[in-house]
Design a protein around this ligand. Structure first.
Ligand SMILES: NC(=O)c1ccc[n+]([C@@H]2O[C@H](COP(=O)([O-])OP(=O)(O)OC[C@H]3O[C@@H](n4cnc5c(N)ncnc54)[C@H](OP(=O)(O)O)[C@@H]3O)[C@@H](O)[C@H]2O)c1
Length: 267
């Protein structure tokens, strides 16, 4: 029997690397996508040795407009079809919207939204033809609220959640399911890369990945790992949106600004 293939974006670290390990452990061949070619090759070696599957590193910068087309060309060249798509790659910018480098924020939209949508769009027809497919899109609890000082990131994740739920409904009964993973703070490189410190309460990446992976295989629509994250999402539905926005803003306000505000109060 032909082995099924999983494509994982952001497989060079964090949640994506853990998703790749889970897929390989279950006997799926793995297409590994991220920018860091060396890390992808190392992971290829580990997965092939440990799990006796085939892994295919495809280095790509998803912030570049033609990157998805290049990935698809490479899949075609290697005669690979994708049965499981893990749209996991993503990153955040933080700070005042007016002050953040515009290129960085456009790249963020390109990676978190455009590449995820394009990969889904281009790989879905094949899945529908074969009558089988599993798609996982990684959102965040940020999807449930506006996030001052990380406004673009929160908005990209709201898109991912809305898009995933709508597509899951459209695909009912087709053999292809769409799952949206909604992590809260998770111990990965994410916070370092966003220039913010890891919150005190966070989950290990492999537990978050496992919840998302299982949910994907089962065809669940939304997976929120951890009681704390479920409580945050529940609260976000109860609070008036303006209050929710103010609370998120207060928690994320850059430190200097909080101090300035406190000093002004003392004056
Ligand atoms: N950690 C959290 O607290 C948290 C919470 C909620 C949601 N999430 C979401 O979870 C997903 C995975 O993040 P993580 O926590 O595992 O963070 P991470 O450790 O920083 O991993 C991010 C992955 O995305 C890849 N990536 C980033 N920019 C890319 C680009 N331009 N092109 C291709 N690949 C790119 C990175 O690989 P290269 O650098 O090699 O390209 C890396 O493999 C993201 O969508 C994130 O928004 C994370």
């Amino acid at each position: 029997m032909l082995r099924k293939t999983a494509l994982i974006t952001g497989a060079s670290g964090g949640i994506g690397l853990d998703l790749a390990v889970l897929a390989a452990r279950d006997g799926f061949d793995c297409v590994l996508v991220a920018r860091d070619e060396k890390k992808l090759q190392e992971l290829q070696g580990v997965l092939e040795r440990r799990y006796h599957i085939k892994a295919y590193p495809i280095p790509a910068d998803l912030s570049e407009a033609g990157s998805v087309s290049s990935i698809l060309q490479e899949l075609e060249r290697q005669e690979l079809t994708v049965d499981l798509l893990f749209n996991n790659a993503g990153f955040a910018t933080s700070g005042r919207f007016a002050e953040i480098d515009p290129t960085e924020e456009l790249n963020e939209i390109q990676v978190n939204v455009v590449a995820l949508t394009e990969l889904t769009k281009r790989l879905l027809p094949g899945m529908l033809e074969r009558g089988f497919g599993r798609i996982l899109n990684v959102a965040s609890i940020a999807a449930y609220m506006p996030g001052p000082y990380m406004s673009v990131y929160y908005a990209t994740k709201a898109y991912v959640l809305s898009f995933s739920e709508a597509l899951a409904s459209e695909l009912k009964g087709s053999g292809v399911s769409v799952t949206c993973l909604v992590p809260g703070p998770t111990d990965t490189q994410f916070f370092d890369r966003a220039g913010i410190s890891l919150p005190f309460s966070h989950m290990p990446s492999h537990i978050v990945a496992f919840a998302g992976y299982l949910g994907t295989l089962k065809g669940k629509r939304v997976v929120i790992p951890g009681a704390g994250n479920m409580a945050t999402v529940a609260l976000s539905r109860l609070l008036p949106r303006r209050l929710l926005t103010e609370i998120a803003g207060r928690l994320q306000e850059p430190k200097e600004e909080t101090m300035d505000a406190e000093l002004a109060l003392v004056d």
